[in-house]
Structure formats: C-alpha cells, structure tokens
Write a protein that binds this ligand. Structure first.
Ligand SMILES: [Zn+2]
Length: 250
C-alpha cells in the first residue's frame, strides 16, 4: 500500500552500490525508515530528495520493516544550512538528537513542528547556538526529563537568589545552596533564558541576541544536564564542539 507523508530527512546512509537508507521524521507517523533505491546515483530522481534536511512530501510503499521510497516532492531544501559548514554541523546535531529521542512510528506533531521551525530559524540566520539550546531544552520532556525552572527544586520558594543544581534537577534558591555543594552559580540572564527556552512557544520567538559569555554559561549547564540525565553521547555533538574550537582559532 502506498502512503504519503510530510517529512524531513534526518539521516541518510549509503546502502550497497547505489541505494540509500533514509530516516524521515514525518508529521503523520513520526520517524520512518525508507529504502531509496538508486538514490546514490546522481541522475536518480531520488538523489536530491534523499539528502539530509530535505523537507517535502514523501510517497512510499509501506511494509513491516523499511518502507520503499517511491517519489517525493520537495517543499524546502534548507539551502542556506547546506551551504554553510557551521549551520550544517548544528543542524546535523539537532537532527541526530531528534533521531535518538524518538522511537519508530510514534507520531509527535509537536516535535515535528519544533524541529521544522528550528531548522527554519537557522536557515534564516538566527543564532544556531541559541536554536540548538532551545531545541535541547524543549526535547527534554520527550526524553522523560522535567527540570524545575519556575521555583526552587528543593523548597519550592520563588524568591531569592537562584543557582542551577544538576543533582536537584533545576533551580535552587540561596537558602538551599548547601543541599548541593556542586550547584552552578548562574547569572539572572541565564536563569531567564533557560526558563524561556523550556516554556517558549517556538512560533513566538523574537530575535534573541545573547552575549558570548552568556552562551558559554548556557552551554555548560545544558551539556552537564544532558551528561547526567540522558546517557546520550552523540558523535555529531563532539564534531560540533571541534568545529567551535576551530572557529575560535580563525
Ligand atoms: Zn530553596
């Protein structure tokens, strides 16, 4: 039976002489793997549609295992992302994180929209660091993690000075600092951004401009949180860090 879905290619792997296996995150079905026969050949009509980040309508033959991609109609190919090494590295990590966060064929239209909008913002030139952090914060509940970001995670207080505790799973107030001697002392701006990223409706994102130092703080906390709770060690993340170091040297 043939099925048509709206989706974005989040992984593409060569298979044999001329085929590719593509993983597509679809609005209707969630994550679906498909065989794209002949897609490695440049003259194949499936070659351009099976590239990473292609957004389109995909028509495929359903089966219990891998589906077979029949044809596709491109809506958007995120050209700016593909032509920029840094944007590609950020987007690859985000797609990888999405891939590792969801099981096959579990529809999640919220996540589809979040992923699509995130790529869209990066493609339009929004700060990819910030877009990555927003995606990382928003995908936490999908991974089963709910950091406490609107009160003290220990005593529930909403006033005072706050820090971030990995162990206590969120903000802690100055009265509770002694509970976790390893808490991160963080600036007011960072607390606000962490909360904003987590609760924000992605459609309402204005142009956020964040200082390098604040970005460093954000990255440190989010990375430490991921390290502690998610068990994910993504190659694409390591690659991105190497790219960042390279950028620092240029
Ligand atoms: Zn407290």
């Amino acid at each position: 039976m043939l099925q048509k879905c709206e989706g974005i290619v989040i992984r593409a792997t060569d298979y044999g002489e001329s085929n590719k296996i593509v993983t597509i995150f679809t609005r209707e079905l969630g994550k679906v793997g498909m065989m794209a026969r002949g897609a490695k050949k440049t003259n194949s009509r499936l070659s351009s549609v099976s590239q990473l980040f292609t957004y389109g309508y995909f028509l495929f033959q359903k089966s219990s295992g891998l589906g077979t991609l029949q044809q596709a109609e491109i809506i958007h190919s995120f050209r700016t992302i593909r032509e920029d090494l840094f944007q590609t590295a950020y987007s690859t990590y985000i797609a990888d994180l999405l891939d590792k966060s969801v099981e096959d064929r579990k529809p999640n239209p919220f996540l589809f929209e979040l992923f699509y909008q995130t790529l869209n913002y990066i493609n339009e030139g929004y700060d990819p660091d910030i877009m990555m952090n927003i995606f990382e914060m928003k995908v936490l509940p999908v991974l089963g993690h709910y950091p406490v970001l609107d009160r003290c995670a220990v005593c529930g207080s909403t006033d005072g000075e706050f820090g971030f505790s990995i162990r206590e799973n969120g903000f802690i107030c100055h009265r509770c600092f002694s509970v976790d001697p390893y808490y991160f002392p963080v600036s007011q701006g960072v607390l606000k951004l962490l909360r904003l990223f987590y609760f924000l409706d992605i459609h309402r994102l204005g142009n956020i401009s964040v200082k390098e130092e604040t970005k460093k703080e954000l990255r440190k906390i989010i990375s430490a949180y991921y390290e502690e709770y998610t068990g994910l060690h993504l190659k694409s993340k390591r690659f991105l860090e190497q790219m960042e170091n390279l950028k620092g040297m240029l």
